[in-house]
Design a protein around this ligand. Sequence first.
Ligand code: GDP
Ligand code: ZN
Length: 293
Amino acid sequence: MRGRLKEALYDEADDGSLRRRYADPVTVGDQVVVTVVNGIEGAIEDLEPRRTRLSRIDTKPHPGAPDVEHVIVANIDRVFVIVSIRKPRVNFRFVDRLLIMAQFGGVEPVVVVNKCDLLQPPERAELDQTMATVYEPIGVRWVATSAETGEGIDSLRNALSSGMNAFVGMSGTGKSSLLNRLDPSLALRTEAISEWSGKGRHTTTYVELLELEGGVQVADTPGIREAGLWGVPDGLLDSYFVEMIPYIGKCRFRNCWHLAEPDCAVRDAVKAGDISAQRYASYRRLCGEGPTR
Ligand code: GDP
Ligand code: ZN
């Protein structure tokens, strides 16, 4: 990699000091210009602008720069947010966090609820109800799957069919099993249920770009469990909850956080049932987790 690209990791302040911006100069999914040096080796000369990206706060500490951007994967069209019914149990906060990351980076999210074979009919009705009342109204596509029975695999395959895709989800949710279902020739290793510890078997956090039958590309991204939001300024979090947008600016206070302020249009909408209480609870939780507090 040419030195010039490494310089792009830093911003120069007025006083000449350098501040770290990015965790890495180049990431999976990037389009780069390469010069072939001796027929085999090459040099990365330049990086094309990223069309979309999925970013988190870098987990490595950088003194003086608490919010260094780690671009997990670039130029993807869609991110599949994979959750499972059990081991681990569906975590809607994780889903909401990923929806924000997707919106921030210009990526379409698709929620995949896997291991649906484990649901008894009443539990299945409850899941359908939650998705229909919480996520469908905000325009989020979702699919119920089972890597065990094959339910939903065709829908998943259709959703994947164009462009570049990424799978994100906690370890154990069935990402490898779903990928094997989509294309058995991948033969990815899956974790036996009896070994499931909640910690996951991945010790690395590298992203792997897989090519499925038919040329569909999927980036498999482990290690996104505690995905810290990058780039969403604390005071703008409300604008990343699409259902809150119509109410922003209608509160008594212009800079309302919609937490405890009186005459808050967002909280009124939650009380009236126009904003889902579950999503609002996610918002409150994320408000307390911004990079500056
Ligand atoms: P990953 O860590 O997300 O790649 O998850 P794996 O694909 O390794 O799956 C973790 C465990 O969940 C394995 O024991 C799988 O057999 C099991 N599993 C995956 N998908 C399903 C499913 O749809 N139904 C059930 N019952 N188990 C599943
Ligand atoms: Zn408010």
